[in-house]
Design a protein around this ligand. Structure first.
Ligand code: ADP
Ligand code: MG
Length: 716
């Protein structure tokens, strides 16, 4: 007999928000605008801050720079003019039996304010207290009007949703008021927290003083009177910590399983044969830096071990990652295995191909370049050679990952610029062989604690040293109107026989206007600004052969100036190029700017990066540009980037195959992350990959949260 299963807690939480009393077809789209679709989404939509309405303060008790709530009566109301800027403002003076305070509006509709605040009107006012010398004021306060004869004590008790307690303040959207939001979330918490469940094992909860999820949700939305508001607002109380721990614990469980899965597999134990690595070392015109040597040691150890390597190689632009990758490739080739190098763009693939081929040729080895855009016959031919094992190392774009590309014996896969590839690509590459070693290279440093903790399934090596003789690139910011001065700097460098880049943003290949801007700029550089000099143009819409021709001419110094859309972003290596001008620099992300800047400063000469932003740009853009001028240090830039953008965006967590966080912040909660990671890894060990009876509910919940993203894991 088949029973209909009872509606369990989760089915309730997955229900659409309009099943909530008070949310109808008009309210639903507004909540959806906040990204909230299900009951569960809304439960985890925590207040952005709180308002302390446990007691209403007297005016002389209001604290400077704090959000405060108080009752007062209007003593004066009208439009005036500021003394300094001679701007019109609307000012209302409010008082109680303890003192006075001034309320100011800088943008307002006068008739509305005049009508709302006649002398004698009593109201509750809410806002941040500012002090200018002896005068205290609030700008654009919120207010709720009161009847003149309202009894305050009664009011506090009669409307518990709005008075007499600590109130949540929610992020809003148009058409959703704070009052409505409070009503909705009050109901929500009352009716639904009971369906949420805690899964963290009891020993761990006790050890970290974690609350059960229903209690933690309730305390976050509608805290008890006794709560320490400062702790709550600063994410230091147990209620918030409990939710954060819960999220991190499940993240790290997934990562721990992945790692356990990886280690269970049998990989290739390479032998160190010295056949090609030692000759290469002798041929190199320089010595490896200590950092290069150290990470190479780490990679070698992994390659010689019988488990497959999964290593992230992190190093600032120009730190010499490619060379380390080349050495690793040679170790694999010494063992008669093939190597695949995957790059994010055709230009970069081409660049890598040149580098690898130059060295491999000298060692009598064969290199191939696989591009999506190559002619069918050439491609077929190349694929045959790869399958037959005639090619030792293949460089290419994601074309390498496609079906139909088969290796004879793939021993090592190298992925450049991790940021653009996700877990899926790594997994595809892995399946081109039988558990080959995988080395992922990235120039975008993730603050170390973060990457160690986050990329639980990757070991991390860091090249924290640049080759000797590199001079930091001098970065200068010009206003759009100072462009001539930037040209002057370029001219100076070109006259000394150096080369220059001018870069234009191209957000989408389809944005014609940007392409046009770059095309026109190239013409105007050649004809008007630097007549007589050779100028090249490079953009994403050009055919591969055309791009190659331009890149090669620039590399050989035939072209002095290269105007380009961001296709040169990664990996281009022309040491004689000493100056780069970035147009509309405000439109680039921080790590992108840093990547671009890394294209200069590659030789022994002093180099320049000239930032020319658009005429108007945002405060965030201004911060990015300031950081660029202030530092060359990739780690500091990554940290600033993380701060400005927020971690989800920075890490591209979605792309990295990680679940999103609803409450946790990778920046603020790093301590909790470390604890949760430790406990999760221990738990996976203790329960033999969650295979014990005790771990069953946790396993089910883990699969639910990670969805299909545990592909690499072995769930027992
Ligand atoms: P990355 O890939 O980390 O951006 P590359 O491997 O492209 O850096 O190296 C940048 C430049 O530095 C290349 O021209 C490379 O030949 C050179 N280089 C690499 N290692 C050293 C070293 N140990 N000493 C001097 N130059 C080096
Ligand atoms: Mg590189």
């Amino acid at each position: 007999m088949v029973h209909k299963p009872p509606l369990n807690g989760h089915a309730k939480l997955d229900k659409s928000l309009d099943s909530l009393h008070g949310v109808g077809p008009r309210m639903l789209p507004k909540l959806q605008k906040l990204g909230l679709n299900t009951i569960e989404d809304a439960l985890y939509h925590l207040p952005v801050r709180y308002e302390d309405r446990r007691q209403l303060k007297k005016i002389n008790q209001l604290r400077d720079n704090q959000q405060e709530v108080f009752v007062g009566s209007v003593l004066a109301s009208g439009e005036t003019v500021t003394t300094r800027s001679r701007r019109k403002i609307y000012e209302v003076i409010v008082g109680d039996d303890s003192g006075k305070i001034s309320l100011k509006w800088f943008r307002y509709r006068q008739p509305w304010l005049q009508k709302r605040f006649p002398v004698g009107q009593k109201a509750i006012f809410i806002g941040e207290i500012k002090r200018f010398a002896a005068i205290r004021e609030i700008h654009h306060p919120d207010s709720e009007l009161l009847q003149a004869n309202t009894d305050l004590q009664q009011l506090l008790q009669s409307d518990p949703l709005n008075f007499g307690r600590i109130l949540p303040v929610y992020a809003l959207t148009e058409g959703l008021s704070q009052k409505q939001a409070r009503k909705i979330w009050y109901r929500l918490i009352q009716d639904y927290t009971g369906f949420t469940q805690s899964f963290i094992p009891a020993e761990i909860s006790q050890k970290y003083h974690l609350q059960k999820i229903p209690e933690a949700l309730k305390q976050n939305h509608w805290p008890d009177e006794s709560v320490d508001l400062w702790k709550l607002e600063n994410g230091k109380d147990n209620a918030r910590k409990s939710l954060v721990f819960d999220e991190f614990f499940f993240l790290e469980l997934g990562l721990a399983l992945k790692r356990a899965g990886v280690q269970l597999e049998e990989g290739i134990a390479f032998k160190f044969e010295h056949k090609f690595t030692v000759p290469l070392n002798k041929m190199l015109p320089f010595k490896l830096t200590d950092a290069q040597r150290r990470v190479l040691g780490e990679i070698k150890r992994d390659m010689m071990a019988p488990q497959p390597m999964h290593r992230l190689l992190q190093g600032d632009v120009g730190s010499g990652k490619t060379l380390v990758a080349l050495m690793a490739a040679l170790i694999a080739i010494e063992n008669n295995a093939q190597v695949a190098v995957v790059a994010p763009t055709e230009i970069l693939a081409e660049q890598h191909y040149q580098t690898f081929r130059t060295w491999l040729e000298k060692l009598g080895l064969k290199t191939g370049l696989l591009q999506g855009s190559m002619p069918a016959a050439a491609k077929r031919n190349l694929l045959e050679q790869i399958a037959a094992g005639e090619i030792d190392l293949v460089v290419g774009t994601h074309a390498i990952l496609q079906e139909g590309v088969e290796f004879h014996y793939l021993g090592l896969g190298i992925i450049d610029e991790q940021h653009r590839f996700g877990v899926r690509q790594r997994s595809l590459l892995k399946h081109k062989g039988v558990n080959p070693d995988i080395l992922v290279m990235t120039a975008t440093p993730i603050p170390r604690t973060l990457s160690m903790t986050l990329y639980g399934d990757l070991s991390v090596s860091v090249i924290d040293q640049l080759p000797p003789g590199r001079k930091p690139v001098t970065t200068e910011l010009f206003r759009a109107s100072q462009r001539q001065r930037a040209y002057q700097r370029i001219r100076q460098e070109l006259e000394q026989g150096r080369q220059a880049y001018v870069v234009y943003p191209l957000v989408e290949e389809s944005e014609k206007s940007d392409l046009q801007a770059a095309t026109e700029a190239a013409e105007s550089f050649a004809n008007d600004i630097f007549p007589g000099l050779k100028v090249g143009l490079l953009h994403g819409r050009m055919k591969t052969a055309e791009k190659d021709t331009v890149m090669n001419s620039f590399r050989q110094g035939v072209l002095q100036l290269l105007v380009s859309t961001t296709v040169i972003e990664v990996g281009v290596d022309v040491p004689n190029a000493t100056v780069m001008m970035i147009e509309h620099a405000d439109r680039f992300g921080l790590s992108q700017l840093h990547q671009l800047r890394g294209r200069v400063g590659r030789g022994a000469d002093k180099s320049y990066c000239l930032l020319v932003p658009s005429e108007h740009y945002s405060e965030d853009a201004a911060r990015r540009l300031r950081v660029m001028v202030e530092t060359n240090d990739g780690f500091r830039i990554a940290e600033a980037d993380l701060e400005i953008r927020g971690p989800g965006d920075f890490l591209g967590t979605r792309q990295a195959g990680l679940p999103d966080f609803r409450v946790a912040s990778l920046l603020k909660d790093i301590r909790i992350l470390e604890d949760a990671r430790y406990e999760a890894f221990e738990y996976v060990k203790k329960t033999k990959q969650l295979s014990t009876k005790e771990a069953e509910p946790i396993k089910r919940e883990l699969i639910r949260r990670w969805g299909g993203r545990l592909e690499l894991a072995v769930i027992g």
